[in-house]
Design a protein around this ligand. Structure first.
Ligand SMILES: Nc1ncnc2c1ncn2[C@@H]1O[C@H](COP(=O)(O)OP(=O)(O)O)[C@@H](O)[C@H]1O
Ligand SMILES: [Mg+2]
Length: 261
């Protein structure tokens, strides 16, 4: 039997790497060094399994963070994998989703190639993530027959034109889409995913009080809570929620309100 080179992985190590790369939660834990909370892990497993995943929740529960992990996992999982990200404005894409991608890469336990502001080439030119703003719909075309993950953050604010381009991209190959947002607009593709197109989408509604940051707190406790650099006021949100649109469903009293200005 041929002696194993000391840099070569053993059969067990190779099996471990295969398992880690095929599972976004193991990937987050072992490659990115991240601890996910339950709903973040469930959303990642849904992105892995389902063609369409939609997540609605108030601000600060980890939606964008989870999308950033999904982008990095997809690149690692599929050697020809492509990730297309979009947000309502270029600035939002840069300061939110791509800022989380940059942070995750900086903290990862394996070295990553250098990133551009909203672009990461992983293995080679066929394996990349790139961010577009919502008025660049044409950029969503031309990715048929590949492994494509489309990520739409702050989805209620995304211009309608982009969804036709997205539908075109979804026509062939292995194409999964995930959209996330705060349910502030009772119309559009994001709203439809939770209503008339509900059968097509695997939908998540995250109750703010499920988040580890708020778990166990009653409504009477209205502290200013901080998650990372974000602060929000649950009591204020709950009050506002009762005056805003009701489309977010039965948990309406607890969930999802516009962020305080
Ligand atoms: N599992 C986690 N581990 C560490 N930080 C997290 C985790 N989930 C979320 N965060 C941090 O919490 C903050 C809020 O998350 P974010 O994804 O921006 O929420 P949302 O998109 O729902 O408004 C961010 O600073 C993010 O980095
Ligand atoms: Mg966000």
């Amino acid at each position: 039997m041929k002696a194993r080179n000391r840099h070569e992985l053993s059969a067990e190590q190779k099996e471990f790497v295969r398992n880690v790369v095929s599972d976004p939660v193991l990937f987050a834990t072992h490659i990115l060094g991240i601890s996910l909370w339950d709903r973040e892990a469930e959303i990642l497993q849904s992105i892995r399994t389902n063609r369409r995943t939609a997540v609605k929740a108030c601000h600060g529960v980890g939606k964008t963070f989870t999308l950033a992990v999904a982008a990095l996992w997809w690149l690692a999982r599929y050697p020809e994998g492509i990730v297309l990200t979009t947000s309502p404005t270029r600035r939002q894409g840069r300061t939110q989703l791509w800022s989380e991608i940059h942070r995750a890469v900086e903290r990862a336990r394996v070295p990553y190639p250098p990133l551009k502001t909203t672009e990461l080439k992983f293995r080679d030119d066929n394996n990349f993530a790139i961010g577009f703003s919502t008025n660049q719909a044409e950029n969503f075309q031309g990715y048929h027959g590949k492994y494509v993950l489309i990520i739409a953050d702050e989805a209620p604010g995304i211009e309608s034109g982009i969804w036709d381009a997205v539908a075109g991209t979804m026509a062939g190959g292995t194409v999964h889409i995930v959209m996330a947002g705060n349910p502030t607009v009772p119309s559009g593709a994001f709203f439809d995913a939770f209503t008339k197109e509900r059968g097509l989408w695997n939908c998540f509604t995250i109750d703010a009080f499920d988040s580890p940051n708020l778990k166990g707190l009653g409504l009477e406790q209205q502290p200013v809570l901080r998650i990372g650099c974000h602060a929000f006021w649950p009591g204020f949100q709950i009050k506002r929620r009762t005056h805003s649109s009701k489309w977010s469903g039965s948990n309406a009293s607890k969930e999802c309100a516009p962020k305080p200005d």
